[in-house]
Design a protein around this ligand. Structure first.
Ligand code: PMP
Length: 445
């Protein structure tokens, strides 16, 4: 009976039982009631299908039958806390650590329930290893919703309602080579020099947190040489380097299983989440023996749900599917075509200021003027709404100016899906109204 609630009834219950700060997409226009998913499609209560270009949680495809089976079989047999030995946990640790470059030393796993929890634990690991409490973070970065992770997330602490940077947090510029302070060939070195300067200002450093591909920052990839040089400064100041792979890990970058590999660096701590369980709450921190030894200081670590047999079964199925369905190579191929075709669209539509990304992690930045780079914020909001209303394609908006369409679809996103998205965007851009001077409506992300 409860499942048969109408959309109006659901909205009424939401208004009564939830805080308006708990956001949903298209809240100001027509929020979607989604009841089913398959592959790269979501289905509403009337059976309408929506192409999903933004869901990086259902990594191997919505409701993948193999993940569903693995979870169902395990839940029928056992699901409990992590007090006992179970093969799933250890097998998953083995399989997961085998995905890191040989010789990386990344071999100790902590399984947790969310990306926030993973980054929260990563700060504890860093603090256990260092006497310093200073953390270097990248402007516009996001690492989670807990108190500790908000304190390392400029996207939150600098936002309206945020509390600003705490004295132990040292913020460096976002390495944006399109509109950031450093552009051009040597941008990587210059952004890394900002990290070196922050290390100097801080005196001592416990950790440097950076997303290997910044998502809410608007699809910002570290420019060549950035991480190599930044890691050197951080390590010189005594800190560990944390790669947040919550958005971009597990093959999304196509040419790389882990996005940090693109920079030729080895982090001391890697955090991951979203795609790992294909929607099941499974996340992890992977680190070296050296860091893990420092954490083994007498204080027990116990996590009731982290690494339970059911979520681990989902994680094992996800790793199998990525390999057997060759989804990493698929991401490289479809992502490559998408970026090429988007660059062609940019020749016909003046709104497109930049197309960037890697594999199936793509950003399209819209500007009103290619010289001044004035962000086309209201127009990007219109594009996103019209993609949904006129073409049933779900997209998301990010970036500090809310003018970047971010694509991070399920990894099974096909060439045909890419074609549909490109045709729809072409037609929306052909009739896009300039909104300069008009009131800006809130962004439907
Ligand atoms: N890190 C990054 C880069 C993220 O994008 C997110 C979530 N958007 C998190 C951490 C937090 O993950 P979760 O929502 O699972 O707590």
């Amino acid at each position: 009976v409860e499942r048969a609630l109408s959309k109006d009834e659901i909205l009424k219950l939401r208004r009564k039982h939830f805080c308006p700060a708990q956001s949903i997409s298209y809240a100001n226009t027509d929020p979607l009631l989604i009841l089913r998913g398959e592959g790269s499609y979501l289905y509403d209560e009337a059976g309408n299908s929506y192409l999903d270009t933004r869901n990086n949680v259902c990594h191997v495809g919505h409701s993948h039958p193999r993940v569903a089976r693995a979870v169902a079989q395990q839940v029928e047999q056992l699901n409990t806390n992590t007090r006992y030995l179970h093969p799933n946990l250890c097998l998953l640790a083995k399989r997961l650590t085998e995905t890191f470059p040989t010789g990386s030393g990344l071999e100790v796993c902590f399984f947790v329930n969310s990306g926030s929890e993973a980054n929260d634990l990563a700060t504890r690991l860093a603090f256990a290893r260092s006497r310093s409490r200073n953390i270097i973070v990248v402007d516009h970065g996001y690492h989670g919703h807990t108190q500790q992770t908000i304190e390392i997330s400029p996207y939150k602490f600098d936002h309206k309602g945020g509390e600003g940077a705490k004295p132990n947090i040292f913020k460096v510029p976002c390495p944006d080579t399109f509109r950031g302070p450093h552009r051009g060939e040597d941008a990587g070195e210059r952004y890394a020099a900002d990290v070196a300067a922050a290390c100097k200002r801080a005196g001592s450093v416990a950790a440097f947190f950076v997303e290997s591909g910044m998502s809410v920052g608007g699809v910002i990839l570290p420019p060549p040489g950035y991480l190599q040089s930044a890691y050197q400064s951080v390590r010189h100041a005594g800190g560990v380097c944390v790669a947040d792979e919550v958005q971009v890990g597990f093959g999304r970058f196509g040419d790389y299983f882990w996005a940090f590999e693109q920079q030729g660096v080895t982090p001391d701590i890697v955090t991951m989440g979203k795609p790992f369980g294909n929607g099941m709450p499974l996340a992890a921190v992977v680190t070296t023996k050296e860091v893990s030894d420092a954490f083994h200081n007498g204080l027990e670590y116990f996590n009731t749900f982290g690494g339970n047999p059911v979520c681990c079964a989902a994680g094992l199925a996800v790793l199998d599917i990525i390999r057997e369905e060759k989804l990493q190579a698929h991401a490289a191929e479809v992502g490559g075509v998408l970026r090429r075709r988007l660059a062609e669209l940019a020749q016909r539509h003046r709104w497109i200021g930049d197309v960037r990304g890697q594999g199936l992690f793509i950003g399209i930045e819209f500007v009103r003027d290619r010289d001044t780079l004035e962000p086309a914020t209201a127009e990007t909001s219109d594009i996103c709404s019209r993609m949904k209303d006129e073409h049933k394609i779900l997209m998301s908006i990010d970036g500090p100016h809310d003018n970047v369409l971010v694509m991070k679809p399920p990894m099974c996103f096909s060439q045909a899906d890419a074609e549909s998205m490109l045709n729809a965007l072409d037609s929306v851009l052909a009739t896009l109204q300039d909104r300069r001077g008009s009131a800006i409506t809130p962004t439907p992300t």
